[in-house]
Structures are given as structure tokens and as C-alpha cells.
Design a protein around this ligand. Structure first.
Ligand code: 6GU
Length: 223
């Protein structure tokens, strides 16, 4: 999968996508992520990409021309399955959206800043608008990093068997069961006997029961 990201602050994406599982995904060439600074398509020598909003009011709006040129320029090199705008008024991102997007080949993600992008870009280019929750971030970059991470780890070959996404919370609308590691007794706090029993069938049943119990008490809305 290839993901292009248009942003005015590429630095915000570097660290989240440059380590751990996202780093491995890119090293294995299962995922390529390229950030593009919107200033490359600025309207003048001052690097202008935003302007005052019509009708008045505080805050700048990202202009049509740089965004249209960026989108059209990048679209000449690849055909995008989706052109996504990260915005707090988009559809709320969840595991099901991550699963859907992980099946695509090429995505273009646009990160808004300031008051957002000119409405005409949303109407004429954007195919999907995504929010990561009901709160406002200073820009779409951190949200884009969340989305790319959630998608990237689902790509076949990114996770090994041990970290398989199949057992993640939410993958079956259940929260993941509790986990333990050595020692089996820490300050008298014991690991449940069943996990030490070696009976794989019983362990599997116990984990499932724990998942259901956890979901019932913490997130009944998922059931
Ligand atoms: Cl995608 N962008 C911004 N700026 N704030 C958000 C968001 C996105 N999702 C939740 N809050």
C-alpha cells in the first residue's frame, strides 16, 4: 500500500510513522508513506497557502489553488482509491474503517490546519472525511498518524503471528482479555492458574469469557 500525505507540518508525522511497527512495515516495503509539504504548491514566493475567510471571522482557511494543484499533481503519478480529508466533522474512525481502508492500494490524506480547507476542495476532490473522535486537535496530522498506524498494522506481513491483529480489541467487537508475564507470583499477586495449566482449550475459553466480561463492564455499547 502507498499513502501520500499533504501537510503544512510534515515534522508532526515523522516520529509516529518512523518507529516500531510502522518503521518495520516500511522497511519491508509493505507500506510506503510519503509526506508532501503543501508549500510546494504555494500561490506566491512567500509560500502562502492560506487566506482570510469570506464573510469575516477569526482564523485562516487553506486556499483552493495550492490544494487543487497538489491533489491533481499527485494524482498524475497514481490513481487514488480514496482522497481523505482529516477533519473533526468527518465520520468517526473505528476498527471497521481501518479494516476497509487496509484493503486499498493508494490513499491520499489531506491534513487541515487553521480553520480548515476551502469547502470547494471538499466538494470536488475529497471522497472520504475522517475524524478520530469528538475533540478538536490543532491540525489533522496527529489524526492522520493514528489512521495510518491503524491501517498499516493490518497489512498482510506487517505483524508476525505473535502480534497478530486477529486478537486485537475491537476486531470482533470485543475488548482483548487481560495478559500476564513472568513472574507467576509478584508480591503475592498471582497469575490466574488456568494460564499456567497448559490446557490450550481451557485457556482459549477463559480468554473469551474474560473478553465478554470486560466488554460488558467497560464497553457495553460494543455488544
Ligand atoms: Cl481528523 N482533525 C482535527 N483537527 N481535529 C480532530 C480530528 C481531526 N479528529 C478529531 N479531532
Amino acid at each position: 500500500m502507498h499513502i501520500d500525505i499533504i501537510t503544512v507540518v510534515p515534522e508532526l508525522l515523522e516520529s509516529p510513522l518512523g518507529h516500531s511497527i510502522m518503521k518495520r512495515a516500511q522497511e519491508k516495503n509493505l507500506l510506503t508513506v510519503k509526506t508532501h509539504h503543501l508549500r510546494q504548491w504555494a500561490v506566491n514566493e512567500y509560500g502562502q497557502v492560506d487566506d482570510y475567510q469570506y464573510g469575516g471571522g477569526a482564523g485562516m482557511v487553506m486556499m483552493c489553488e495550492p490544494l487543487a494543484n497538489a491533489i491533481e499533481g499527485l494524482s498524475k503519478e497514481r490513481s487514488y482509491d480514496d482522497i481523505i480529508y482529516m477533519t473533526p466533522d468527518g465520520e468517526q474512525f473505528n476498527q471497521s474503517t481501518a479494516n476497509q481502508l487496509s484493503l486499498k492500494n493508494n490513499l491520499l490524506i489531506i491534513c487541515g490546519h487553521y480553520k480548515g480547507i476551502d469547502q470547494r476542495i471538499r466538494e470536488h476532490f475529497i471522497t472520504r472525511e475522517i475524524s478520530i473522535g469528538d475533540y478538536v486537535l490543532s491540525g489533522g496530522e496527529l489524526a492522520a498518524a493514528v489512521v495510518v498506524d491503524a491501517i498499516g498494522r493490518l497489512l498482510p506481513g506487517v505483524l508476525n503471528n505473535e502480534t497478530s491483529a486477529l486478537f486485537d480489541s475491537f476486531q470482533d467487537n470485543l475488548l482483548a482479555p487481560p495478559v500476564y508475564t513472568r513472574p507467576a507470583d509478584f508480591r503475592g499477586w498471582k497469575v490466574p492458574d488456568i494460564l499456567l495449566s497448559g490446557d490450550l482449550k481451557k485457556i482459549e475459553d477463559w480468554r473469551y469469557d474474560q473478553s465478554v466480561e470486560r466488554t460488558t463492564s467497560k464497553r457495553p455499547d460494543l455488544l
